[in-house]
Design a protein around this ligand. Structure first.
Ligand SMILES: NC(=O)c1ccc[n+]([C@@H]2O[C@H](COP(=O)([O-])OP(=O)(O)OC[C@H]3O[C@@H](n4cnc5c(N)ncnc54)[C@H](OP(=O)(O)O)[C@@H]3O)[C@@H](O)[C@H]2O)c1
Length: 306
């Protein structure tokens, strides 16, 4: 199949970016600017000055707006070709602030909207199995009725987490921990590759409702091999238990910290792994070849560079 052309000209395109002061959003901004696109970052009043100054120095224009005000946000969206959200948060952000941003985009006549999804394919998950992804499902109920062309980017787990927060590759113990099946394929994409793909999608007026990418697809056994090759050490597989046991651990952990306002408390990370090891949100088919100029970073490269 021929890859679609990115059919906005760079002079025409103005991408409105919410969340540009964050990690993923900052990288989306840089990917867009590299492509010569106008980037207008909407930041909330009082957002960290350093991040705003950096964005400005890189060539983005900055508009301060209250994310509770459709009026202010629609002024900020005026003339935009696509609104891209890279906001992060809970109900007040993913459902409420994004709802106001969506209404503003519609009011301003922006034709396209990319919500802050960037996850496993939660449309295939039962509601109630992942607190953060439920919020995105809630937002989709509104988004899917809205008179705007919406596109979600699904990228699996950020590969970068394998050398950080995700308790899967235990480097000091030389173990790869898994639940359920060691051969269940899992999707991984780096934060930078997700940003580059999102930037290309933001400039592409013919995107479908969902785009799915994975820089690498590896099972726990594949992670064991990648870790062994990357480090030159002999990593072992370690089965922590069944998926049912992981459910129990999630419930117990959640019970002792029930009202966490953290966006990523430990039990939510466990929910994410539980979802991935179930195989349900596996990304298929992959759109990795949609923009032929993009290159994908393999898990092994990330582990080698750690
Ligand atoms: N697939 C994965 O493994 C994975 C992992 C991590 C994250 N993600 C997803 O990637 C996306 C971006 O995450 P990130 O890590 O880049 O987030 P981040 O670094 O925490 O940045 C969050 C951004 O949202 C803005 N924001 C937060 N609350 C806001 C509010 N009430 N009003 C207006 N702006 C607000 C922040 O603005 P300020 O600078 O003003 O605070 C910042 O620009 C999220 O959808 C997240 O769930 C996916």
């Amino acid at each position: 199949m021929m890859a679609p052309e990115t059919n906005e000209t760079t002079e025409q395109a103005t991408i409105i970016l919410a969340g540009a002061t964050g990690d993923l959003g900052g990288r989306i901004a840089r990917s867009l600017l590299k492509r010569g696109v106008n980037v207008r970052a909407i930041v909330r009043p009082g957002s960290a000055g350093d991040n705003v100054n950096t964005l400005q120095a890189q060539g983005a224009s900055i508009v301060e707006a209250d994310f509770k005000s459709v009026y202010e946000l629609s002024k900020a969206c005026a003339g935009g070709t696509c609104v891209v959200s890279a906001l992060s948060g809970l109900q007040d952000v993913i459902v409420e602030a994004q709802r106001v941003l969506l209404n503003a985009a519609i009011e301003a006549g922006v034709p396209r909207f990319i919500p802050s999804d960037y996850a496993i394919d939660f449309t295939k998950l039962p509601y109630g199995t992942n607190r953060n992804l439920d919020l995105r499902q809630d937002f989709h109920k509104r988004l899917d009725k809205a008179p705007i062309q919406a596109t979600s980017v699904f990228n699996g787990m950020f590969t970068d987490l394998l050398t950080g927060q995700a308790p899967v590759i235990l480097f000091p113990l030389k173990r790869v921990v898994y639940w359920g099946d060691a051969d269940q394929p899992l999707d991984f994409t780096t934060i930078s590759d997700t940003a580059a793909f999102t930037a290309a999608a933001a400039m592409d007026s013919s995107t479908p409702r969902y785009l799915r990418v994975a820089g690498d697809v590896l099972s726990a056994r594949g992670l064991q091999e990648a870790a062994s090759e990357a480090t030159g050490e002999d990593f072992r597989l370690s089965r922590a238990g069944s998926l049912g046991m992981l459910d129990t651990m999630i419930n117990v952990t959640r019970a002792v910290m029930p009202n966490s306002n953290d966006v990523f408390p430990p039990w939510q990370g466990m929910q994410y792994l539980r979802n991935m090891f179930s195989g349900l949100p596996k990304l298929y088919p992959l759109d990795n070849d949609r923009y032929p100029d993009l290159k994908w970073t393999r898990v092994r490269e990330v582990l080698t560079a750690r």
